[in-house]
Design a protein around this ligand. Structure first.
Ligand SMILES: NC(=O)c1ccc[n+]([C@@H]2O[C@H](COP(=O)([O-])OP(=O)(O)OC[C@H]3O[C@@H](n4cnc5c(N)ncnc54)[C@H](O)[C@@H]3O)[C@@H](O)[C@H]2O)c1
Length: 416
């Protein structure tokens, strides 16, 4: 199979996970992406990823610390995956487009609406593909949730509860996730929630939120991040940091369909963690399927009947993973599955890469393009803007940069 030549730019925790996704894709027998180079401002990070690539993929990619130099060294390069921290996506993506490359960009698409709009303008000038690496909706349990909603099993959706609480005063993964100019947890985590809202219930008209920063001093925990993905950098994390971005976000989301969302993300919760995503409709409720844990949606009807797992499949004759999903998850119509978080994580990344490779090779459409990536981020920023303006904020106004009070500092920091 023909393979596009791609470089990973940003060789930290997520860069490592991208490599595992590429290994998973290679093992599927359907690989259409070859890792030609890795690039990071920190050469040690790039060298580490290249070493891992040599053992996982059988070939050591070129190592660089500068994108322009990388393209000079590998003029056959067609694409980059941008896995740098969220603040620098616009710098790397715009440069990549100027150099004539296609871009797969980690979420959030940019650090602000201005950053997203710079990326979209650079893409339009270059005429190249832009995919946002939004992995959650690609989970088979998200696909099954969406299929159940589309089949009308709960009737017209009326309200979605998307609530989570965890984190205490720990540094969550790495310090940059607590700095406003780098996006903060409400953006870094919340953009996934916003993408799932878009996927399940469609476009959002406005968001009204209260936001707070409760834990302004955060401390290094015994471990950092999920699985072992970030352990190599744990010793670099300071014992304590001063956080500047909100860790509480309590929002009312008005969907254009008329449905209303009750969305809370609390990243400073002490005690018992909590998380729930449930949609209520005219005829029943649907607990959304788990992400990267294989737990199936749970449908409860007015009669009290509860249906989950295999019992759901009769309700969704059209539910069917695509060929790569079926290959990786071992079934065209999984109703649940048992996989570790890392195993599921790399399969979702493999699916993401496969879709991107196919788009570059054959021009097929991308599921999460730049406009959808921008919209998901705009939902988060509408809430953050609302938190300072004390009124509902229109998502369209945020996307078009008509409301930028909260984002002004971020744009000033990045000089955009
Ligand atoms: N989809 C998911 O589930 C998921 C999970 C974690 C992280 N992410 C996203 O992945 C991205 C990276 O996050 P991370 O946790 O790996 O961060 P990280 O800090 O571990 O790694 C970022 C790397 O990018 C490098 N870098 C920074 N600016 C650069 C530049 N201009 N050019 C080249 N290299 C540069 C840093 O040196 C570092 O090695 C973020 O956008 C984050 O939101 C996504």
């Amino acid at each position: 199979m023909e393979k596009i030549k791609l470089a990973i730019v940003g060789c930290g925790g997520m860069g490592g996970r991208h490599l595992l996704g590429l290994q998973e894709l290679a093992q599927s027998g359907m690989s259409n992406v070859a890792l030609a180079a890795v690039c990071d401002l920190r050469r040690d990070n790039a060298e580490r990823l290249a070493d891992n690539a040599a053992s996982l993929l059988g070939e050591r990619p070129l190592v660089c610390d500068d994108v322009a130099h990388m393209v000079k060294m590998r003029p056959d390069l067609q694409a980059v995956a941008v896995a740098t921290d969220a603040g620098s996506h616009h710098i790397v993506a715009c440069q990549a487009f100027e150099l004539g490359l296609h871009v797969l960009c980690e979420k959030p698409l940019g650090i602000s609406m201005r950053a997203c709009n710079l990326i979209l303008a650079a893409q339009a000038r270059a005429g190249k593909a832009l995919s946002v690496a939004e992995n959650y909706r690609r989970d088979p349990m998200a696909r099954l949730t969406k299929a159940l909603l589309a089949a009308g099993v709960i009737g017209q959706p009326e309200v979605m509860f998307d609530l989570s609480a965890s984190g205490g005063a720990n540094i969550l993964i790495l310090p940059w996730r607590h700095y406003k100019q780098m996006g903060g947890m409400v953006i870094d985590g919340g953009v996934h929630n916003a993408d799932l809202m878009l996927y399940y219930l469609g476009a959002v008209a406005d968001v009204f939120a209260r936001t707070r920063l409760w834990e302004s001093v955060r401390y290094r925990g015994a471990r950092s991040g999920v699985a072992d993905f970030y352990q190599a950098w744990h010793h670099e994390i300071p014992a304590a940091i001063t956080a500047t971005s909100e860790d509480l976000f309590v929002a009312v989301v008005q969907f254009k369909s008329g449905a209303v969302g009750n969305w809370t993300q609390f990243y400073a919760a002490h005690g018992k963690g909590f998380g729930q995503k449930v949609i209520y409709g005219q005829r029943g409720s649907l607990v959304c399927g788990g992400i990267r844990n294989g737990s199936p949606p749970v449908l409860t009807l007015d009669s009290g009947t509860e249906i989950t797992g295999d019992g759901l499949l009769d309700l969704v004759p059209d539910y069917h993973l695509d060929e790569i999903g079926e290959r990786l998850f071992g079934s065209a119509r999984p109703a649940s599955f048992t996989l570790s978080f890392p195993a599921c994580d790399r399969k979702l990344l493999a699916i993401e890469y496969h879709e991107f490779g196919r788009c570059v090779l054959t021009g097929t459409a991308l599921e999460v393009d730049g406009l959808i990536g921008r919209q998901a981020l705009a939902i988060c920023y509408a809430g953050l803007e609302s938190g300072v303006l004390n009124r509902p904020v229109s998502v369209d106004d945020v996307e078009q940069e008509r409301t930028t009070i909260y984002e002004a500092d971020i744009n000033a920091y990045w000089k955009i």
